[in-house]
Design a protein around this ligand. Structure first.
Ligand code: NAD
Ligand code: AKB
Length: 320
């Protein structure tokens, strides 16, 4: 059986991606690994390994022991958390990738997935429909680590033939898991406040438009990219990927249509400057042409899904 290792499987994307991979390829084929404990949603669905990705030799042992052929690496410190601790973010984001690429090369792992982000783009990139090859001069340490990581992926493919594939995810919106320290986290928090009947205190301005995507689309895109024939992959840095672009005021309006008493206030903090440096929308023509990417969620059906699935018992307080 070809084994897949998902590292960072207890996180926001890792949990949902692991569940989707297990549904498609069988529970035993997908090994979840994380530094923190197994996510509750994963329990009983397949194997779990405690693993610190910063220890390359332990990674090698596990890859050999389980004859791992594919690795999804989802470990990173995100943009807002990274600005609070730039050196730690750089160390974690880079060393986790280098360890994975090195073990993949040395142990004959066939495929690696590693996500980049819209954070690779900075103030000089076009705000609207930011192209695949736009000038990238990131303004955060997170963005710098993602841009450097893209170059490492490119290098390992052309220098060593490691089939590493990547997507520049926009802000991801999910109800099963909570976000982990990003600038786009407001677009999840807002739903939790609405369900709890609390006023949401938004840390971005009302008119700040950002590229976002519903988690179902992101998980589907990831599996579609990884299952695409190698001949279809023309980008060996990372693919632009677009879903929905909206502002806090626009998502608040959609929520109010379904939760009439919902209230939002705005108190921008340090995350506003990060958001201001990112594009407002993304041109993902290359992903569409290469491997047939097409999003299926818009602001309206995503809002309906989020409100439908977050029960009052699940909603967490986002009061600061
Ligand atoms: P997350 O913070 O929710 O999850 C990361 C997981 O990595 C956590 O479960 C954490 O315990 C684990 N981890 C941390 N250090 C580890 C270590 N040393 N060894 C093993 N595991 C460790 O992050 P996420 O939002 O799921 O993001 C996953 C990836 O996708 C990251 O690379 C992130 O940059 C990228 N991304 C996320 C978004 C988003 O909106 N969530 C957008 C763009 C890109
Ligand atoms: C963040 O806000 O840091 C992430 C991202 C867009 O990479 N959600």
């Amino acid at each position: 059986m070809n084994k897949t290792l998902v590292i960072g499987a207890s996180g926001q994307i890792g949990t949902e991606l692991t569940l989707a991979l297990r549904q498609q390829f069988g529970g035993e084929a997908i090994i979840a690994a994380d530094l923190k404990r197994e996510a509750d949603l994963l329990k009983g669905t397949g194997p779990f390994l405690p693993l610190d990705i910063m220890d390359k030799e332990i990674l090698r042992v596990q890859v050999r022991r389980h004859e791992v052929k594919t690795i999804y690496l989802l470990v990173a410190m995100l943009s807002a958390a990274g600005e609070k601790n730039p050196m730690l973010a750089w160390h974690l984001n880079m060393q986790s990738l280098i360890n994975t690429l090195e073990v993949a090369r040395e142990e004959g792992v066939e495929k690696v997935f590693w996500p980049s982000s819209i954070a690779v783009f900075g103030m000089d990139a076009p705000k609207e429909n930011c192209p695949q090859d736009a000038y990238a001069a990131p303004s955060t340490v997170y963005g710098i680590s993602k841009l450097s990581g893209e170059q490492w992926c490119h290098y390992y493919f052309y220098r060593y033939g490691v089939d590493v594939r990547s997507i520049r995810y926009p802000g991801l919106i999910s109800y099963k898991t909570l976000p982990g320290g990003g600038t786009t986290d407001y677009a999840i928090e807002i739903f939790h406040s609405a369900i709890r009947g609390e006023t949401y205190n938004c840390f971005l301005r009302a008119d700040k438009r950002l590229p976002m995507m519903y988690m179902d689309d992101a998980v589907r895109a990831t599996i579609e990219l990884m299952e695409a024939p190698e001949s279809k992959i023309s980008v060996r840095t990372s693919y632009n990927l677009a879903g929905i672009s909206f502002t806090p005021a626009e998502i608040a309006r959609e929520i109010k249509a379904l939760v009439p008493g919902f209230k939002i206030e705005y108190e921008p903090d340090f995350r506003q400057a990060i958001a201001d440096s990112w594009p407002e929308s993304i041109d993902d023509r290359v992903a569409r042409e290469d491997w047939g990417w097409k999003p299926s969620f818009n602001l309206k059906n995503m809002t309906e899904e989020m409100l439908h699935h977050i029960s009052p018992g699940l909603a967490v307080s986002t009061r600061r």
